[in-house]
Design a protein around this ligand. Sequence first.
Ligand code: NOJ
Length: 497
Amino acid sequence: MWYQRTVFYEIYVPSFCDSNGDGIGDLQGIISKIPYLSELGIKGIWLTPFYPSPRVDNGYDISNYYDVDKTFGTMEDFKHLLERAHEYGIRVIIDVVINHTSNQHPWFLESKKSKENPYRNYYIWEEKPKNNWESFFAGSAWEYEKETNEYYYHAFSKEQVCLNYSNPRVKEEIFQVLKFWLDLGVDGFRFDVINFLKMQRDKWPDNPYENGKQLHKYDKNQPGILKFIEELKSFVSNWNDKFLLGEIGEDYLEDMLPYVGKEKLDACFNFNIGSIENFDLKKIYEELVKCEKHQIVPTLFFSTHDMKRHFSRLCKEQVNHAKLLAFMMLTLKGVPFLYQGEEIPTKDFRPKSIEEIQDIQGRLWYNNAIKQGFNKEEAFALAYQNTRDFSRSLLEWKDEDLNEDFYQFYQTMIAFRNENEILQTGNYDFIALEDFVLSYRRTSGNQSITFYLNFGETEVLLPKGYQKVLGTQEESEVLKPMNAVALCLGKDESLKL
Ligand code: NOJ
């Protein structure tokens, strides 16, 4: 399917490109950057939520699934965006948040009015908090609502209320939402925290603790979720060629595997590779081998709007290191996802005070810490550790921010992938790690390319008889530290460079 041949680019709508100077990204800004993305070689974009929303969590709190938030533009802008992207051969997948809605969504406004309201059962209400579950952000997952003297369940902030999938009407509503956007021509969906859906109302045991931290054991992956995913897949297959990508909120590949497959999602975000905290080549290697063993096509990324940028986090802002990671992402088997600005490259934003922390997760940590008696400095330190603002500052698109050489390197690597089928769908002959040198060979038909990436501090001898196809250094018998090459046995005239 087309997605396996596509280099994607994540657009975090509020901070990608601001066309009207209000300090917030918007759809017109995105439209203006389509030629730029096309020149970079991008063939698919993932748009984070742009629907009407109080934007407590920057749009991951939807109050109307059928429109565009005024801050970002209009429905006409969205249609125009889709048309422009398609004209440039760029497919568009959109984020849908179906685990929860905003507390300002009309369904919830109705639901909280009375216990008899027809929408009551769209959400999860209890007389008392049913268990000890904590929100994935901070604090209790149960919120008291005085109108009906009951508590409702929210896995994230209290303004993001979890839908109740044990009610069949909720599923029907959500399928209508998908239909609406599919009919408009979107190319697929990124499903937010799709393994968190609450499929049943009984068996909600307390979550266990480890080292004082709650483990989210029972509030995800509930029985019934896989059947729902299959229904989703079968529903969407009424439209041709749509890409279903899931955010499975898990760090271990084993926990993601059940969600991906022919009758399920096409792919998921491989946090087992992408969200490593420090650069760890052995871990990356082991996870790649594991993906191969399970015959799963991984998504290839090291940055998203939920984590620190890998240029700062993994590469310590060293351009050579970042080039090596780009070389890796764009030559491995899988589906690459760039995060906006990484091609420039962009550094992390580091908030200096609580006023500079905008992310709800950071702010909740701060408020909770203050409530628990920490002083302001300690509370800020906790907020700093947990906030996701690092990767969310507005891109300014100033010429002086662009490192031409770095950008062109991305462009060359993406073109190399786009032009050569072997890089898109070719299999591995081997993947190996020796000291700090990662190598792999990809083959397709009678084509074969071997890749060497030297993350170490000493040069290594390259095998004899090979010719350089592409890389970060001149043709040589040795691979220098922090360099990478792609080699072919003899000259392969069929490769497009
Ligand atoms: C995952 C999204 O990527 C994140 O930004 C958001 O806060 C949560 N889901 C809740 O919707």
